[in-house]
Design a protein around this ligand. Structure first.
Ligand code: NDP
Length: 349
């Protein structure tokens, strides 16, 4: 292991949230280090075309979008490290982040590790991913205008995706393995009043069928009778939940029932001053590239203000003034600090 690399801001995660945090951190002269993992770009790198990221009329390939934000951050001095974080120590005040080859020390940490959509775990799913197998109706639904789609799952996400797709596709079949749905009463009421959606329960998709150009249907097994049938389909939306990449942080940060990291309301701060969250790891609701980028921006701004506040507080403490450093993580920003400093300066003048 080499000597520890010191940084004011370490960002863990190389998707739109992490790269955007790196861009903002770099422009604020915080010389951020972004440990991006080995699958740089995160989920968008696996997406085909992205048509809903503002500023790209005609769309952009997901991998290109990730690479552009990454390059933009590096242009301002962000350092990218293509390695996996293996452990973190968020005891503070200096945070420690370790990979197989390096140890990092940071004054602030932004966690942007993302959330992976759960998979049906069958070879045909891998084979047709990006050729009809999708994990996000908002992202990919418009590619199926006037076509037949199958949605798999029984939670809010599956029901909402089915309803959203019913406005686009010619037909929607919702396949769920139980008769009861986990989705909220409101979602189920909306489902019940959407005539275009046919519900097939209890049933599982046992195989995704296709040909060179993509999906042509799904083989469905009815769990009551055991019989199999083929549903013709052009697209399959798998909406069976997400797994937030929280493994390194369960010991340190607050986590909700679904594994998402919790931020302080209205902020990206966590219960550990100096540790912030961005992107899908803390977002069970929107999970879009643009919302991930936006929260990466917010986390970098929150971290910058916290760092400025802490430095100022330390400077004032050195001058004998009393300052509640942690208060700066719960709302008081740099603006307030300068006011305090001015007051202190006036008082001592
Ligand atoms: P959920 O965990 O709520 O639901 C997952 C669904 O997928 C369940 O019905 C589950 O079946 C099914 N499932 C899981 N694994 C498989 C499998 N291998 N094969 C077939 N089916 C499977 O996930 P969601 O993504 O729907 O929601 C996550 C959280 O986000 C929830 O709290 C939800 O309320 C929230 N959410 C809120 C929204 C909103 O407020 N607008 C929108 C979307 C989500 P089973 O029921 O049998 O376990």
């Amino acid at each position: 292991m080499n000597d520890a690399v010191a940084s004011r801001m370490i960002i863990i995660g190389g998707g739109p949230a992490g790269y955007t945090a790196a861009l903002y951190g770099a422009r604020a002269r915080l010389e951020p280090i972004c440990i991006e993992g080995y699958a740089a770009g995160g989920q968008i790198a696996r997406s085909g075309q992205i048509d809903n990221f503002p500023g790209f009329p005609g769309g952009i390939a997901g991998a290109d979008l990730g690479e552009r934000i990454r390059t933009q951050a590096m242009d301002f001095g962000a350092v990218m490290r293509t390695e996996e974080v293996e452990s973190v120590d968020l005891t503070g005040p200096t945070f420690r982040v370790a990979t197989a080859d390096h140890e990092y020390e940071a004054e602030s940490v932004i966690v942007a590790t993302g959330a992976q959509p759960r998979r049906l775990d069958m070879p045909s799913e891998d084979e047709y991913e990006g050729r009809g197998v999708c994990y996000c109706a908002i992202c990919d639904g418009p590619f199926f205008a006037g076509q037949r789609v199958v949605v798999v799952g029984g939670g809010d996400a599956a029901v909402e995706e089915a309803i959203a797709l019913s406005n686009i596709a010619s037909s929607v079949v919702l396949v769920h393995r139980r008769r009861e749905f986990r989705a909220s009463a409101t979602s189920l009421a909306a489902l019940g009043s959407t005539a275009k959606i046919r519900v097939h329960t209890p049933a599982v998709v046992s195989e995704i069928l296709g040909e060179e150009l993509g999906v042509t249907g799904v083989r469905v097994r009815d769990l009551d009778t055991g019989t199999e049938s083929v549903l013709p389909a052009d697209g399959v939306f798998v909406a069976i939940g997400h797994d937030p990449a929280n493994g390194l942080f369960t010991k340190w940060l607050d986590i909700d029932d679904y594994g998402y990291l919790r931020a302080t309301a209205g902020s990206t701060a966590t219960r550990i001053p100096g540790v912030f969250v961005a992107g899908d790891i803390a977002d069970p609701r929107y999970r879009q590239a643009i919302t991930a980028s936006a929260s990466g921006c917010a986390a970098a701004i929150d971290a910058e203000r916290w760092l400025v506040g802490r430095r100022g507080a330390q400077a004032m403490a050195a001058r004998g003034a009393m300052v509640d450093v942690d208060a700066r993580n719960t709302g008081l920003g740099a603006e307030q600090l300068s006011t305090d400093e001015e007051k202190a300066a006036q008082a001592s003048a």
